[in-house]
Design a protein around this ligand. Structure first.
Ligand code: GDP
Ligand code: IMO
Ligand code: MG
Length: 428
């Protein structure tokens, strides 16, 4: 067996959580491989709505296992809030959630550092979710992070104290007035207390050597889906650096984030919105600052699932999409939120860029200097929300999908027309 992958092809929030939930019934195990609680994955069914940050989106069936892999960074406090959210709806993740001992912890001081760095960058700020992601991955690569497997050890408190003191020395050097920085509305000491309580909760969860577990599950014929967070254009290597996140969001991240060999990667589902959004700073060639963008934001409820910030909106960018398909080896495209474009008479799609005086068909290093070149496509001007099969697609909507398939040379095999689990047409 191989590990299939579902990931985002744009700047995150493509609807990955919803689609993982839809596909989950085809798999025995769902595994997150990178990122942390900067992710906000929304799942809606039976009138319920959940937003998951750390826990994989396969958690809703008790029979399915969910794994938080070694490539993920975990904040026990945010994890405890997610557990509470699930338990309030009678879902008990205790039975079917496994956590890699090698996953790194996000400390309260990682969140302080994130805030201090962003505050001191002024106009150049990245627009981080301020969940401590960058500082936690920095400590991981600097070989001074703390992993989940350490929390049971006698010296955990001293490991924690030593790293916290290191962080305080850095923070002091910025003269940043840390006493005024709140974390989730709490002062540092109150937050730290809750974080330490959450470590006790985390201890009660099953911790494993996930690379062994995953490889032996494959050997015994288990079907595994890896769930990506963020999106390809936020990848630390290939996004428009420095306006990126701190992990490999691309398919290659599955190998390091779960401990599987490249030859063990199967299908790669690449999820994209029928238009584009971005939250945070950085280049966005097709961004709209007019009422078309405002209409997308309004109809698509484009406000961050993690931070509530308004998302920047713009037309679909096929040049960037082709880049993402190339980097990930996408086998199946998943298009979400086509219904948001129901209101548009004409829809623009960027097919090329102008860079200086040259027309190019790829996303270059100079991502901040390209100007999109558009083709105009007729809108369908009718509601897609009730559609349940491909035969019901309005002709103009089917043409929109064909246009994308022709340009990307990749089939669109799943189409989502609303936030609910039922509003999904799976063509394979
Ligand atoms: P993720 O981070 O990729 O899982 O995506 P988010 O959950 O952050 O953002 C996607 C948002 O769009 C959520 O509010 C979903 O409920 C919603 N959504 C997902 N698919 C669709 C769709 O096809 N149509 C509409 N209108 N909303 C959708
Ligand atoms: P999901 O999994 C959208 C963005 C932030 C910021 C940049 C760096 O829900 O798609 P970080 O907190 O990692 O230091 O932020 O990346 N970002 C996301 N944008 N969806 C996400 O996750 C994101 N995770 C991070 O807004 O621009
Ligand atoms: Mg999201």
């Amino acid at each position: 067996m191989k590990v299939d992958v579902l990931l985002g092809l744009q700047w995150g929030d493509e609807g990955k959580g919803k689609i993982v939930d839809v596909l989950a019934s085809r798999y025995d195990i769902i595994a997150r491989f990178q990122g942390g609680p900067n992710a906000g994955h929304t799942i809606e069914f039976d009138g319920l709505k959940f937003v998951l940050h750390t826990i994989p989106s396969g958690i809703f069936a008790a029979s399915r296992l969910n794994i938080v892999g070694n490539g993920v960074v975990i904040d026990p406090y945010i994890f405890s809030k997610e557990v509470a959210q699930l338990r309030s709806k009678n879902i008990n993740p205790h039975h079917n959630l496994l956590i890699s001992k090698k996953a790194h912890l996000i400390l309260p001081t990682h969140r302080l550092l994130d805030a201090v760095y962003e505050n001191t960058m002024g106009e150049n700020r990245i627009g981080s979710t301020l969940k401590g992601i960058g500082p936690a991955y920095t400590d991981k690569t600097a070989r001074q992070g703390i992993r989940v497997g350490e929390i049971h050890k006698d010296d955990f408190s001293s490991q924690y104290r030593i790293l916290k003191e290191k962080h305080h020395r850095i923070i002091d050097s910025y003269n940043a007035g840390v006493a005024n920085i709140k974390i989730d509305g709490l002062d540092f000491d109150s937050y730290e207390k809750q974080w330490l309580d959450a470590i006790e909760l985390l201890k009660t969860y099953h911790q494993i050597d996930s690379e062994h577990f995953i490889n032996s599950s494959l050997r015994t014929g288990k079907r595994i889906l890896a769930e990506g967070a963020q999106g390809t254009l936020l990848d630390i290597e290939f996004g428009a650096y420095p306006f990126v996140t701190s992990s490999n969001t691309i398919a290659a991240g599955v190998c390091s984030g779960l401990g599987i060999a490249p030859s063990k990667v199967g299908r790669v589902y690449g999820t994209f919105k029928a238009y584009c959004t971005r939250v945070g700073s950085g280049p966005f060639p097709t961004e709209l600052h007019d009422e078309a963008g405002a209409l997308m934001r309004d109809r698509g409820h484009e406000y961050g699932s993690t931070t509530g910030r308004p998302r920047r909106c713009g037309w679909l960018d096929l040049t960037a999409l082709k880049y993402a398909i190339m980097l990930n080896g996408v086998t199946d495209l998943v298009m979400t939120k086509g219904d948001v474009l129901d209101a548009f008479e004409q829809i623009q799609v960027a097919t090329h860029y102008k860079l200086n005086d040259e027309t190019i068909d790829h996303l270059p290093f100079e991502a901040d200097q390209v100007k999109p070149l558009y083709e105009s496509i007729k809108g369908w001007k009718q509601s897609l929300e009730e559609i349940t099969s491909q035969d019901e697609f309005p002709a103009a909507f089917a043409d929109y999908i064909s246009f994308i398939q022709t340009h990307t040379q990749t089939p669109v095999n799943i189409v989502s027309v609303g936030p609910d689990r039922r509003q999904t047409i799976v063509l394979l």
